[in-house]
Design a protein around this ligand. Structure first.
Ligand code: DI6
Ligand code: FE
Length: 419
C-alpha cells in the first residue's frame, strides 16, 4: 500500500533501511482500538512490527508497509491482545487475613471486623513490622501470578503503612518491583486508606499529616504517580478527601478515589470535580455521580473480586455507565482483606457473570480503559502504532474465551516493551 493510504488509516510508518527489530506474523489481532469497525478491533491475518520497544505497525498483513525485520515470529494463528493492565492493586503488604475470612464465615461482617481494629489495621501492623526485603519477596510472588496471565502494567497502592516511613517503604518496594521485573509499575499514594490506631477519634489530625508532611515526603522522593483516598464511612469523609485532593493538585499529582463501595457519600462526584483519573468500586454510585464522571472523563473502575469476596449484593450501575458513555475499567484490587485475587482472567469472567459486561467490554476494561484509568492512554492499552509493544499472545480460537473459561490460562507468551 502507499504511504498516504497507510496514513489515512492512522498507521503511518516511516519505512527505512533497517526497519524493525521484530515482527509477529500469521496472528489474529484484537487491537482493542477505540471506534474500530470490528468487535475487539479484530484483524484476521494480522501483523505487528516493533522497533525500540514501540509498535511501528499493527494491522492487516496485506496493508503492511514492506519492513525488513531482524527477527520474525510466526504466531500460527494465535490471538494477540494488548498486554493486560491491572489498574488497581494493593500488591505490597505484610501478613495475610485468612483468619478474618474464617470470622466472616462465622457471621462477622467486613465493617464489624474493621471497626473492632481488625481489617485494614491488622494488615497495617504486619506491614509496619515487615522489612523492605520481606515485603518485596511476598509482593513479587503475587506479581508473578499477574505476569503469568499476561499483565504488562500494574498499578500498586500504598495504604498499609499509615505513617510516613512505612508508606514510603511500601512505595519503594513497588518501584523496585518495576525495576526488577519485566512489567511497568505505576504507584499511588493511599495514605488516606484508614485512620491509624494512634489517631483514633482524630481523623482530622491524621488527614493534615497525609495532606502535609507525608505527601511532601512522597513527592520529594518521586515515589507516587497518583494520589488515592478511601472515601467511606469507615475511612475518610468527603471533606477530608477534598483536602487530600487539593494537596495532591498543588504537587501536580493526579487523583483517584475508592468511592461508593459500601455506601453513597458522593465521593465519585467529588473526585470527578477534581478531574480524577478514575473512581473505583462504585457499587452505590447514583446517576448524578455517573453524569459528573462522564463530564470529567473520569474512568469507572469496577472490582468484581471485592464484590464477590465480600458477598455484596448491590451491583455497580453498569447500565448507567453505558448510557452516559463512562469508560469502564476492571482490576483485581489484589489485597489481603476484600479481594485476595491475583487472576486477571478470573476478573474478566466475574465481570461478565456478576456484572453482565460483555466479554468485549471486559477485555476493554483490562486494556484500553485501564490505560486511561492510569492516564497512560497514549502509551499503552491498544495495539496501535506509536504505543509500547506490550503484547499478550494467547492459544485461543476467539477472544471471548479469555472471559469464558474459569481457572484455565491459555497464555502462550507475553511481550513487554518489545521483548
Ligand atoms: N477498599 C477495598 O476493597 C480495600 N481497600 C479499600 O479501600 C480493602 C483493603 C483491606 O481490607 O485490606
Ligand atoms: Fe482497593
Amino acid at each position: 500500500m502507499t504511504g498516504s493510504q497507510a496514513k489515512s488509516r492512522g498507521r503511518d510508518v516511516a519505512a527505512g533501511p533497517s526497519d524493525c527489530d521484530i515482527s509477529w506474523i500469521n496472528a489474529r489481532l484484537a487491537t482493542m482500538a477505540a471506534g474500530a469497525d470490528q468487535p475487539y478491533g479484530a484483524v484476521e491475518d494480522g501483523l505487528i512490527a516493533a522497533r525500540d520497544g514501540r509498535i511501528l505497525y499493527a494491522g492487516p498483513r496485506c496493508e503492511a508497509p514492506a519492513l525488513a525485520a531482524r527477527k520474525t515470529v510466526d504466531c500460527a494463528g494465535r490471538w494477540i491482545t494488548p498486554g493486560l493492565i491491572d489498574c488497581h492493586t494493593h500488591l505490597v503488604y505484610g501478613g495475610d487475613r485468612a483468619h478474618e475470612f474464617e470470622l466472616r464465615l462465622q457471621g462477622a461482617s467486613y465493617e464489624e471486623i474493621a471497626r473492632a481494629g481488625g481489617g485494614i489495621l491488622s494488615t497495617v501492623k504486619a506491614t509496619r513490622a515487615a522489612s523492605e526485603d520481606e515485603l518485596f519477596a511476598s509482593a513479587d510472588r503475587r506479581l508473578s501470578a499477574l505476569i503469568a496471565e499476561g499483565v504488562t502494567t500494574v498499578e500498586i497502592k500504598s495504604g498499609y503503612g499509615l505513617e510516613q516511613e512505612a508508606e514510603l517503604k511500601q512505595l519503594r518496594v513497588a518501584r523496585r518491583l518495576g525495576h526488577e521485573r519485566p512489567v511497568t509499575v505505576r504507584t499511588s499514594f493511599l495514605g488516606a486508606h484508614a485512620v491509624p490506631p494512634e489517631f483514633k477519634g482524630r481523623s482530622g489530625d491524621y488527614t493534615n499529616l497525609v495532606a502535609g508532611p507525608m505527601l511532601d515526603a512522597v513527592a520529594a522522593d518521586k515515589l507516587a504517580d497518583a494520589v488515592d483516598v478511601f472515601c467511606e464511612g469507615i475511612a475518610f469523609s468527603p471533606e477530608e478527601t477534598a483536602q487530600v485532593f487539593a494537596a495532591a493538585k498543588a504537587k501536580g499529582l493526579p487523583v483517584k478515589i475508592h468511592a461508593e463501595q459500601l455506601s453513597n457519600l458522593g465521593g465519585a462526584k467529588l473526585a470527578a470535580e477534581h478531574g480524577a483519573l478514575s473512581a473505583d468500586h462504585l457499587e452505590y454510585l447514583d446517576e448524578s455521580g455517573v453524569v459528573a464522571m462522564a463530564k470529567a472523563g473520569t474512568v469507572a473502575v469496577i472490582l468484581p473480586g471485592a464484590f464477590y469476596f465480600l458477598r455484596e449484593t448491590q451491583k455497580p450501575p453498569v447500565e448507567l455507565l453505558r448510557k452516559h458513555g463512562v469508560p469502564i475499567a476492571l482490576a483485581t484490587d489484589a489485597n489481603p482483606g476484600s479481594s485476595p485475587l491475583t487472576s486477571p482472567l478470573l476478573v474478566l469472567n466475574m465481570a461478565c457473570t456478576l456484572f453482565r459486561l460483555t466479554p468485549e467490554e471486559a477485555l476493554a476494561g483490562l486494556t484500553r480503559n485501564a490505560a486511561q484509568a492510569l492516564g497512560l492512554q497514549d502509551q499503552i492499552g491498544t495495539l496501535e502504532a506509536g504505543k509500547a509493544c506490550d503484547l499478550a499472545i494467547w492459544a485461543i480460537e476467539r477472544p471471548a474465551e479469555l472471559a469464558y473459561r474459569i481457572g484455565f490460562n491459555p497464555l502462550h507468551s507475553r511481550i513487554w516493551n518489545g521483548q
